[in-house]
Design a protein around this ligand. Structure first.
Ligand code: BTN
Length: 257
């Protein structure tokens, strides 16, 4: 069972929001909805108690009941080709940063490639985008966003989590935040629709964690190396300058220390 909410400040993002008291995974629910009918563009599946959240690379996303936001939006961005799908991830990550900066007074809100959201060196939000591709472009996209809000104790398995409460010492109203998240994402999606590609790419680099800083990374064998992130390739791979060479890395080929 869900409660139907209507966000008044947006044209389409979260305009129809299905708010579940408990849910296994909002991305899974979005996928089931899509297999049954065509939900309106921007439909949001929202819960504050997600019990089997999916993370990147087959990981689980852990979230304490009643403390955090778990939301998935359904979009039909057919205008984005398969080759350009990283642009969608960039636009969403920027919208989540815009949102977090409204509450956390920090110059340190950054996107850790590809689309983790960090405050300083700690993760505050994760994004899992699941695209269905057709010849014409992205047929549908499930944009899953998990944001740590009022949680203060985290599982020891998690390396470096933080939350709105840990950063500010304050408690936040989850439904109000969820509505504002939709309002922050919408302009970024509209910029994407208006083909403002260069703006999105530049903004993404300006918000990128460790961009143009020398740092230590691990390769896929766990061997450390020094390098400097200098850009993003058109397909979304990370470009790292190592000594005088530019090397491309996919998700599983590099980890941050
Ligand atoms: C990651 O950092 O590994 C991505 C985490 C994504 C979690 C969100 S919570 C809402 C949506 N539903 C899911 O099952 N996963 C995403």
């Amino acid at each position: 069972m869900y409660t139907l909410l209507s966000h008044s400040r947006t044209i389409f993002m979260g305009k129809e929001t299905r708010c579940y008291e408990h849910a296994t995974s909002t991305n899974e629910i979005a996928s089931i909805l899509l297999s049954n009918f065509r939900p309106a563009e921007g439909t949001a599946i929202l819960t504050f108690d997600q019990t089997a959240g999916k993370g990147q690379r087959g990981n689980t996303w852990l979230s304490e009941a009643g403390k955090n936001i778990a939301v998935s939006y359904i979009l039909y961005p057919l205008f984005i080709s398969a080759a350009k799908q990283f642009l969608l991830a960039q636009a969403i990550a920027l919208g989540v940063c815009d949102f977090i900066r409204q509450y956390i007074d920090s110059n340190e809100v950054r996107i850790k490639w590809p689309n983790d959201i960090y405050v300083g060196s700690k993760k505050i939000a994760g994004i899992l985008i699941e695209n269905t591709i057709s010849n014409a472009g992205i047929k549908n996209s499930i944009i899953g966003i998990g944001i740590n809000v009022n949680q203060t104790n985290f599982d020891n398995k998690l390396l470096n989590p933080t939350s709105f409460t840990k950063e500010t010492g304050k408690e936040f109203n989850l439904p109000a935040l969820a509505e504002n998240l939709s309002a922050c994402l919408e302009p970024r999606i509209l910029a994407l629709k208006a083909q403002k590609t260069a703006l999105i790419e530049t903004d993404y680099l300006n918000n990128l964690y460790k961009y143009q800083q020398s740092a230590t990374y691990l390769d896929s064998d766990g061997i450390p190396f020094e390098g400097t992130i200098i850009g993003i390739a058109p397909g979304g791979k990370l470009i790292v300058q190592i000594k005088d060479k530019n090397c491309l890395f996919d998700l599983k080929e590099i980890s941050f220390c």
